[in-house]
Design a protein around this ligand. Structure first.
Ligand SMILES: Cc1cc2nc3c(=O)[nH]c(=O)nc-3n(C[C@H](O)[C@H](O)[C@H](O)COP(=O)(O)OP(=O)(O)OC[C@H]3O[C@@H](n4cnc5c(N)ncnc54)[C@H](O)[C@@H]3O)c2cc1C
Ligand code: SF4
Length: 378
């Protein structure tokens, strides 16, 4: 591990002043559309090109569960670490509109088991509990979860070319082992996936990321927070180099609480990243028809994947396996395999249908002792 300077400020301004050394992007880099990305993912016309994300002078450290591995492996170098664990962002609070404000430093475990998260956002609680291990969830922070790096094997292997780690060096995954890699929104420069489970639920719940820097505060819609790789795969998000995530806001979503499901498919039952995952939430009318829906996919793209046009197919319809299969096709339109991940297209298709069926039958949680009637559709 390279030597680094370490500080542990207790005030927000002090922390922000230190990270200001990274500079700022006047207009943060926009989400870059892949070949199949829907129109709402189009980049802003004034998208700027910030410095390579792996060369920041100063880095925040929260739980350290991803950053320390990257530093130890030599994937990143950080001459200066600013430990943010003393900053006042570890609370989970109600908002007047019935939503919640999740502190960036609240731990993943505390978030998943918070009574209001379980009651109002069981989809989020389930997604968090599907990730990592109890020990990691006790340490991992909400802000850090959003910024965890890809699990592409080549990214972590400094002996191999990787455009995300070393821009311009090439992509070892293209033509290499791709079992975990993306099938949607890829570019010729990178086919990595975003590894978070929590973020898939946050995408479906249309969370808003609150950030702060010495320049002020701003809010980033979750759909705009993570990027597709385009020609800058080294940059994962639209967060500027000098910005701190302070909170994640959850808009009211009680209409989905009774019919949501997070389905994660992986190589083993726990402690593995998703090959494909689905966050599905349905708002059902009294007559059983679907009023609105949200579906986000994990493990298939460089960011949680949504297609509003696919979700619109459900509106006003009665749940059925045939309808869910049509939605799956629309969500996966343009999906392309790269050899050893070809199987992901069928896997994701089946997972979408299954998650929608489970959601239609009622929310199944990891913490309920009673088993709901699944109507024989499992
Ligand atoms: C063995 C293993 C298995 C795992 N399995 C899963 C899994 O199945 N599913 C899953 O979703 N995750 C999984 N994870 C990832 C884990 O969830 C993340 O490592 C964790 O959420 C990162 O949070 P952290 O607080 O430890 O972040 P850190 O490691 O402290 O930081 C990560 C990055 O975020 C930045 N950062 C942190 N907080 C802020 C902030 N508030 N503002 C700005 N920048 C910030 C840091 O500078 C750093 O760049 C696994 C991790 C490990 C080690
Ligand atoms: S897929 Fe992306 S992260 Fe993996 S080797 Fe290629 S450029 Fe690097």
């Amino acid at each position: 591990m390279n030597p680094f300077a370490y500080s542990r400020p207790t005030d927000v301004d002090g922390a922000l002043r230190q990270v200001a050394a990274n500079g700022s992007a006047d207009a943060p880099l926009a989400s870059t559309p892949g070949p199949t990305a829907p129109p709402d993912l189009a980049p802003a016309a004034n998208a700027a090109t910030p410095a390579a994300a792996n060369q920041y002078e100063v880095r925040f450290v929260a739980g350290g569960t991803n950053l320390l591995d990257l530093l130890k492996e030599g994937v990143l170098v950080a001459p200066k670490l600013v430990d943010i664990n003393r900053l006042p962002f570890d609370r989970i609070e109600e908002t007047p509109d019935g939503g919640l404000l999740l502190g960036a430093l609240a731990r993943n475990a505390d978030t998943a088991y918070h009574p209001l998260v379980k009651e109002r956002y069981p989809l989020l609680a389930d997604a968090i509990l599907a990730g990592a291990s109890p020990q990691l969830r006790n340490m991992a922070s909400n802000g850090g979860n959003l910024l965890q790096r890809t699990r592409c094997y080549y990214f972590y292997d400094v002996a191999t070319p990787c455009n995300k780690r070393t821009p311009g060096s090439g992509c070892s995954a293209i033509g290499g082992v791709t079992r975990q890699h993306a099938i949607l929104g890829t570019s010729e420069h990178c086919i990595a996936t975003h590894p978070s489970d929590m973020c898939v639920a946050l995408a479906a719940l249309e969370a808003v990321v609150h950030v702060q820097s010495v320049r002020g505060k701003r809010e980033i819609a979750f759909a705009e927070f993570h990027r597709l790789p385009g020609d800058r795969p080294d940059i994962d998000t639209t967060l500027a180099p000098d910005e701190l995530i302070t909170h994640i806001a959850l808009p009211p979503a009680l209409q989905f609480a009774g019919h949501s499901a997070y389905l994660k498919l992986r190589e083993r039952l726990s402690y593995a990243f998703a090959l494909a995952s689905v966050a599905a939430a349905l708002d059902l009318a009294d007559d059983g028809t679907i009023r609105t829906s949200r579906i986000a996919l994990g493990g298939v793209a460089h960011k949680p994947w949504r297609r509003p046009d696919a979700e619109a197919l459900l509106q006003g319809q009665r749940p059925s396996p045939e309808l869910f299969a049509r939605v799956a096709e629309a969500l996966l339109a343009g999906a392309v395999g790269r050899g050893s991940n070809d199987f992901k297209i069928a896997l994701a298709r089946n997972a979408i249908v299954r998650a929608l069926q489970v959601a239609a039958n009622g929310t199944v949680t990891n913490w309920n002792v009673s088993t709901p009637d699944l109507g024989g559709q499992q």
